[in-house]
Write a protein that binds this ligand. Structure first.
Ligand code: NAD
Ligand code: DAU
Length: 340
């Protein structure tokens, strides 16, 4: 049995990871440590609540005492660190919590991993650490780090710290840097769920700048298959880019969602641009493909429809979110910050 600490497992990608692993394997015992910020939601994990190989602990990765206790009590030998403040716009409004969770929290986990001699530590990072691309070219693992937002600079800091623990102490750290994910259980502050939900509610669709910024989209299950592989088979000290070669600009995606839902393009509303808005991300995933035989299984044109259908079929999940604190966030962001 592999005793695996998953942090941030109640969020979008982490909950999809736990659901995927517990459905497909019986040799992994998962302890999920999550302090249930606005983005954490135990509804995402209903299917595994009572699973014999699953234990949820509500708590903060920044708490050294709690983290130590968990490593000792559950004999943790593997760590996958999904926990983070993950939204660029929120990091522009206030950065402190991003550095506390994403940097200090990662440090607490790395220190415990060192003391308890873990066999593997996977740091879930992002392609945003590389900064922004022009119209040509792809991010490779040797692209220099050049993060532009408080969010991405906190993630780059955590990457460097994790690699230094490998270099200095020999801690078996591996890192994934993935592109933009989409799929079930994504919190509706992010582009795709926000546009689906606003379309369904006939609300305006707020587009930053000219809407021509490009992201390289990957279905969350493909990311998690990559995370599973890198966790178990990646070379310690190495970074693996993850992406599915599915570049799209924002307006293309929004029009596709409107057309699938039979809604008018008149809902589109152009807003101010995001400060420091990265123009384009695109991933070269050759290393993980060649070394670990990973390849994406989902095509954007199919998985985006599955995702829209998921939001159509799971209204109570998102209605519950948008009727709470999210309303204040939305007003602040879209009726003040981004309003022309
Ligand atoms: P999310 O915001 O949906 O979930 C984050 C989770 O972390 C939440 O459950 C939250 O409660 C938990 N958390 C936050 N602070 C914590 C703390 N101090 N202690 C314990 N738990 C805490 O994020 P996501 O989109 O699922 O992203 C997960 C990871 O993947 C992040 O590290 C992010 O940087 C990275 N990533 C995300 C994407 C993407 O497109 N969403 C792409 C590449 C990488
Ligand atoms: O690239 C990986 C990263 O992708 C992850 O590390 C981050 O955690 C994740 O949030 C995501 O960051 P982005 O900033 O690319 O995602 P977001 O969904 O916020 O925005 C995608 C694009 O859509 C971006 O160009 C900004 C634009 N956008 C976004 C929102 C929320 C809009 O035009 N309007 C919006 O309302």
């Amino acid at each position: 049995m592999k005793n695996l600490l998953v942090t941030g497992g109640a969020g979008f990608i982490g909950s999809n990871f736990i659901n995927y692993i517990l459905k497909n394997r019986d040799d992994v015992f998962i302890v999920n440590l999550d302090n249930l910020t606005y983005a954490g939601n135990l509804e995402n994990l209903k299917a595994c609540e009572l699973h014999k190989n699953y234990k949820f602990i509500k708590g903060d990765i920044c708490s050294r005492e709690l983290v130590d206790e968990i490593f000792g009590k559950y004999n943790i030998k593997h760590v996958i660190n999904f926990a983070a403040e993950s939204h660029v716009d929120r990091s522009i409004l206030g950065s402190e919590i991003f550095f506390t969770t994403n940097v200090i929290g990662t440090n607490v986990l790395l220190e415990a991993a060192r003391r308890y001699e873990v066999e593997r530590f996977l740091q879930i990072s992002t392609d945003e650490v590389y900064g922004s691309l022009g119209p040509e070219g792809l991010f490779t693992e040797s692209t220099p780090l050049s993060p532009n937002s408080p969010y991405s600079s906190s993630k780059a800091s955590a990457d460097l710290m994790a690699l230094s623990f490998h270099h200095t102490y020999g801690l078996p750290v591996v890192i994934t840097r993935c592109s933009n994910n989409y799929g079930p259980y994504q919190f509706p502050e992010k582009l795709i769920p926000l546009m689906i939900i606003n379309s369904l509610n006939d609300k305006k669709l707020p587009v930053y700048g000219d809407g021509l910024n490009v992201r390289d989209w990957i279905y969350v299950v493909d990311h998690n298959r990559a995370a599973e592989l890198v966790w178990e088979k990646g070379t310690p000290g190495e970074v693996y880019n993850v992406g599915a070669e599915q570049e799209m600009n924002n307006i293309e995606i929004i029009k596709l969602i409107l057309s699938y839902l039979g809604k008018s393009e008149k809902l589109i509303e152009y807003m101010k641009d995001r400060p420091g808005h990265d123009r384009r991300y695109a991933i070269d995933a050759s290393r993980i493909k060649n070394e670990l035989a990973w390849k994406p299984e989902y095509k954007f044109e199919d998985a985006i429809k599955e995702t829209i259908d998921w939001y159509l079929n799971n209204k109570p999940w998102w209605e519950n979110i948008i009727s709470g604190d999210y309303r204040d966030y939305y007003r602040n962001m879209y009726e003040k910050f981004y309003k022309h």
